[in-house]
Design a protein around this ligand. Structure first.
Ligand code: ATP
Ligand code: MG
Length: 419
């Protein structure tokens, strides 16, 4: 079953109201395996709503609309549906009684325009709305089915779950399926590198495999359609195993897991404590770690120094700008390791240009050094400055450096590989 969602409301087009309804409906449709092919947004305009409906019916089996069922003159969804169906709007006495009884209960006079809500296109299936005044309805046409829900998120959600999903299940003759996704989170590889390594898997039709880039990390999303949850999980796991084969340790977690959560977990598991020194990231990395419960147990010390020059003055470094070579970061990490008594020390020493970020000309540099009792390793990132994107990007890459080190520690200890 192919579906399209049409969200109706000029406020949505003006950007005044975020369209959350279609997000919710999309999630619900996935639960029963309805293929959502399009989402359309249209203003409170009868002609354009009708046009959107005709287009949707031409390419999908079911069209679900939200909004525009209210009592005022700018709520014209029911008129537009009637136009498309070629049927008149008819009064449904039971609906009128429902609306009248609500107003009686509230002790408010019912205005004439409230009667509008008791009209539906002739032959429509009424979807009673016990949580609001605007009734919902469905119209079966030779081209497909139109289901109209109110715009108020609370009402829409109730009706979607309690009425529309059972209705669609029945329409599908009980042959519902499930659409499920699994996200593998990777770090350290760019989106294009990830894409290249799983290019052939990305051609598969079911499950489908896609990528999404974030600052310093890339997600691999696997989506499957199957007859049951169990079948879906099995197919997702099979594909995930193939992706894992290709990307290995670049995959740091699944679902909504963050790198900082994984690092805190690995530190705990390995019984290690981390010390941290930041410059251009201004404490953003420490804040990310501290957002994870249990961080206090594994974070031995977190310092912020004003800039790379301060780091060089305190710990020594090369002749040139302290961030142009890793030496200042390396010395800072070694000194921090000794002073803090931690098991590993991470120093981020970067240039400070305020506008610096990965996409401006003044991109800058951040040197990241990780000192351990055995040795010190460093990475040079060609992103510097104090911009939010740099802080995110460099922070994620630095956490990834710690993560990969901890993985090697855990493996050498013969501990089971963490999930
Ligand atoms: P009712 O008559 O019960 O108020 P309605 O069908 O006329 O419902 P609208 O008047 O279009 O709905 O919208 C009602 C409320 O729901 C408004 O506050 C609107 O901003 C919000 N809303 C409408 N569409 C959406 C959407 N797609 N996502 C989130 N909120 C929405
Ligand atoms: Mg509206």
């Amino acid at each position: 079953m192919k579906a399209e969602i049409i969200t109706i409301g000029t406020e949505l087009l003006l950007g005044e109201q975020v369209d959350t309804n279609s997000v919710y409906i999309a999630q619900q449709l996935a639960r029963i395996g309805v293929d959502l092919y399009y989402k359309t947004t249209v203003g409170d305009n009868r002609g354009r709503i009708a046009e959107a409906l005709r287009l949707a019916l031409g390419r999908c089996d079911v069209v679900i609309t939200t909004g525009g069922l209210g009592p005022t003159a700018d709520d014209v969804t029911r008129e537009a549906v009637a136009d498309v169906a070629g049927r008149p709007l008819v009064l449904v006495p039971a609906l009128l009684t429902h609306i009248e009884s609500l107003f009686q209960r509230w002790g408010r006079p019912m205005t004439e325009n409230n009667r509008r809500q008791a009209y539906v296109p002739e032959g429509a299936l009424i979807i009673e709305n016990p949580v609001g005044t605007a009734p919902a309805f469905a119209v079966d046409l030779p081209q497909g089915t139109i289901i109209c829900l109110p715009g108020v998120p609370r009402e829409m959600k109730y009706l979607m779950e309690e009425r529309v999903l059972p209705y669609l299940r029945e329409k599908m003759g009980g042959r519902t399926q499930v659409i499920k996704s699994l996200i593998l989170r990777t770090c350290g590889l760019g989106e294009s590198q990830v894409g290249e390594q799983i290019e052939d898997l990305m051609q598969c039709a079911n499950p489908t495999v896609g990528t999404a880039a974030h600052a310093g990390q890339t997600d691999v999303r696997i989506t499957v359609k199957a007859d049951s949850e169990e079948e879906a999980d099995r197919l997702l796991e099979e594909m995930a195993a193939r992706v894992r084969e290709r990307l290995g340790d670049a995959i740091y977690g699944t679902g909504s897991e963050t790198v900082e959560e994984v690092v805190v977990r690995l530190l705990t598991q390995a019984g290690r404590r981390l010390a941290l020194l930041e410059t251009n990231t201004g404490g953003a990395l420490a804040a990310r770690l501290r957002s994870v419960p249990q961080a206090e147990q594994v974070l031995a010390l977190a310092e912020v120094l004003a800039d790379a020059e301060t780091v060089a003055a305190r710990f020594g470094g090369g002749e040139e700008a302290p961030w142009s070579s890793p030496s200042a970061a390396v010395r800072a990490a070694q000194e921090l390791l000794a002073r803090s008594g931690a098991d590993l020390a991470l120093a981020l020493v970067g240039s400070m240009e305020p506008g610096g970020d990965p996409y401006t000309a003044r991109q800058g540099v951040t040197q990241v050094a990780l000192a351990t009792p055995q040795d010190v390793a460093w990475q040079t990132h060609h992103f510097g400055g104090t911009g939010e994107l740099t802080q995110r990007w460099v922070g994620t890459r630095a956490l990834d450096q710690v993560r990969r080190y901890l993985l090697s520690v855990l493996r050498s200890q013969g501990l089971p590989k963490p999930a």
